[in-house]
Design a protein around this ligand. Structure first.
Ligand SMILES: [Zn+2]
Length: 284
């Protein structure tokens, strides 16, 4: 049995950051089942929270979840997901993953609160500012600002999948009755594949390729491939006209982005190690 506090949160998870392998998420999400309309079609969805200090988020289960269903583990990107920024591929990835889940009528989206590759939006903004000032990619900017390049972990999400009991049909003959045995993972990130596979789930990787919508996005995708081993093709340069250079630069509210800006190291950010900022050197 799982101990829950007065808000229904798993006490074990709260105390340890990451839950153990007990069935803490069971079928307790059934009282959240409701319909959602997207692109003119309706789906049923259930929701669970994944409690974790660094890598928590929300698990959305669409339709009847079956063994071998489509799964997307997505890290929050406010600019891409919500504001439809054309500077990265996050928004199109999420949209395409949802299109595929919706086409099948079932699947799982795990939305992790891992903005800025786990460092948060302020760090991400500092990185973007540094990139604009110095003409470097965001991984280089993070390093210059003493952030680790990526401090996300997908262990918490993978555990939730391993405990997610299919609602469609019966578990396969190899099932130990503890959750999904197989998934089709929508990702280009080998770290996500490894994290899910480490729980014992058989993973079939489904590439999630979207064409970059700007030269800046193309360069970002290229840096993900170079620095983090993302399995992405070599996209050609985005044609002129879609390029940032072809667009008029917006007026600056104040003269902040100049080479002479005195405060490249953000105020209040002491020289700390990436391990301190991340909480775990292994996550880098
Ligand atoms: Zn993004």
């Amino acid at each position: 049995m799982t101990a829950l506090d007065e808000t229904g949160h798993d006490v074990h998870d709260a105390a340890h950051g990451i839950g153990d392998a007990t069935d803490t998420e069971g079928d307790a999400a059934d009282d959240t089942a409701h319909r959602i309309c997207r692109k003119g079609e309706q789906m049923w969805v259930r929701v669970r929270e994944l409690h974790d200090v660094h890598d928590g988020g929300t698990m959305l289960m669409f339709g009847e979840v079956a063994d071998g269903c489509l799964v997307r583990i997505h890290s929050r990107c406010l600019y891409g997901d919500v504001l439809h920024s054309e500077d990265c591929d996050c928004g199109p990835e999420l949209d395409k993953a949802m299109d595929m889940i919706q086409a099948e009528g079932a699947g799982v989206l795990i939305y992790l609160e891992q903005e800025g590759r786990g460092h948060g939006l302020i760090a991400k903004a500092r990185g973007l500012r540094f990139s604009e000032l110095h003409g470097v990619d965001t991984f280089t900017s993070y390093r210059s600002l003493h952030y680790s390049p990526d401090c996300r972990s997908y262990e918490r999400a993978a555990q939730a999948l391993r405990r997610l009991v299919p609602t469609a049909g019966r578990p396969g003959p190899q099932s130990d009755g503890r959750g999904l045995q197989r998934v089709r993972l929508l990702t280009n990130n080998p770290e996500k594949v490894a994290a899910v596979a480490a729980t014992g789930i058989a993973v079939e990787r489904i590439p999630l390729i979207t064409a970059p919508r700007s030269e800046r996005a193309r360069l970002y995708m290229e840096s993900k491939r170079a620095y983090r081993g993302h399995l992405l093709p070599d996209f050609p340069t985005v044609p002129a006209g879609s390029d940032d250079a072809e667009r008029p630069e917006p007026p600056r509210p104040v003269d902040l982005l100049t080479d002479g800006a005195p405060d490249l190291m953000p105020t209040g950010l002491p020289e700390r190690s990436a391990e301190t900022l991340c909480g775990s050197a292994e996550r880098a």
